[in-house]
Ligand binder design. Structure first.
Ligand code: GLA
Length: 383
């Protein structure tokens, strides 16, 4: 992203010299809807970011200008309560850092980004992570990277109202060029895996739809997993959540469980296992196995977890028919957004063209494609 425009805008609006904080969106290769069940995920940061210019302004108010929206907003630090619109994410981060004893003061902000909105690449996590990183630096907050990710996640919970897991904010903060991050959401620790892109490419196919179910169904899935755990706990009192439950244990209580709840739990247990297998496959450069695990993940999300939609299913069906695609699946919360596809590098252009044409014929919608580059996580830019 070009930062000079952001700096120039900042100077012309406020007349001071800003610092720059930036943070990326993310992709997730495998491990979907496992993060809030204390499971495993395998995300990576992308080279698309949200960039903030910021400086303290000596008052008790925050002034913000969004270059993409061409809109300015202002709020008082004494009024850190949820509001409608994009400003809510900004207020949320100020509030969560203040709760963690960061001495946030009146601040001027200008921001812009190139993370596509609503495509499932976590533009909101990028915004929260960039702002949290910048404020922590500006006000000497002393929060660790993990604390920043947790504060950004809390902003999403308490202000946007989505009870998301930690994956998006964690990936945005801990991203590393050409590496995927295996995050254990229980210990909140990670391992990096090198992703060898010499032969393959990750391509996102954007359905261009975002069904309104997304956030309500998300919170429902979370509750369904918890109610499954309650039932298993009657027999195994020591378990905390789905991470502690094996398929055998789940099957033992199958008769006491509604079939929908059973399917949700079964999917999560199987998906955690797939993340482990996918990491093993990466270590031995076995991309064929990795791709098959992606297809299996989609199957589970479609039929057992039921968070897919016809547009996503159709894109995965097209991928399956193409011999150059090793694996494909829906990515993120579901009900729209993108599929992620692992493709032989030299077949990408042909795949994108054919898939977009078929998708348009079937749905009347334009499909956008993003060729993924894995980049670094949140950081302060020296200017
Ligand atoms: C959204 C949430 C994440 C995660 C995914 C599903 O992106 O923000 O925490 O739960 O959905 O894997």
């Amino acid at each position: 992203m070009e930062i000079t425009t952001i700096i120039e805008k900042f100077k012309s609006l406020y007349g001071t010299q800003p610092i720059i904080a930036r943070a990326p969106g993310r992709v997730n290769l495998i491990g979907e809807h496992t993060d809030y069940n204390d499971g495993f995920v395998l995300p990576a940061a992308v080279d698309k970011e949200i960039v903030f210019a910021m400086q303290s302004n000596g008052t008790t108010s925050v002034r913000v200008f969004s270059i993409d929206m061409q809109e300015s907003k202002e709020f008082a630090l004494s009024q850190l309560v949820p509001q409608q619109g994009w400003i809510n994410y900004i207020i949320g981060v100020f509030a969560e850092l203040a709760k963690r004893d960061v001495k946030v003061a009146g601040t001027d902000l200008v921001f812009a980004g190139d993370v596509p909105l609503g495509a499932g690449m976590s533009s909101s996590a990028a915004l929260e992570s960039a702002l949290a990183t910048g404020l922590n630096y500006l006000y000497n907050g002393g929060l660790s990277k993990l604390e920043l990710a947790l504060a950004a996640q809390a902003a999403e919970h308490n202000f946007a109202g989505v009870k998301c897991g930690l994956m998006d904010q964690y990936a945005s903060i801990f991203g590393k060029t050409n590496h995927v991050i295996k995050l254990d959401c229980r210990t909140q620790q990670h391992e990096y895996y090198n992703f060898d892109f010499s032969e393959f490419m990750l391509v996102l196919c954007d359905t261009n739809v975002k069904h309104s179910l997304a956030s309500s169904e998300y919170n429902i899935r979370r509750a369904q997993c918890e109610s499954g755990v309650e039932i298993v706990r009657k027999k195994y009192s020591q378990i905390k959540n789905l991470r502690d439950i094996t398929l055998d244990m789940l099957n033992e209580v199958k008769k006491d469980m509604d079939s929908v709840i059973f399917n949700r739990c079964e999917y999560v247990i199987e998906e955690n296992d797939r993340v482990e297998k996918a990491c093993k496959a990466l270590t031995s450069n076995d991309f064929a196995t990795f791709g098959q695990l992606m297809y299996q993940s989609h199957e589970g999300l479609q039929h057992k977890y039921e968070v897919s939609c016809p547009e996503l299913d159709y894109l995965v069906e097209l991928a399956r028919k193409n011999p150059h695609v090793l694996g494909a699946r829906m990515m993120g919360g579901g009900f729209g957004g993108c599929t992620i596809n692992l493709i032989h590098r030299n077949a990408v252009d042909d795949f994108v063209e054919k898939t977009a044409t078929a998708y348009h014929q079937k749905t009347g919608l334009e499909m956008k494609a993003y060729r993924v580059k894995i980049g670094d996580g949140a950081r302060i830019e020296k200017i």
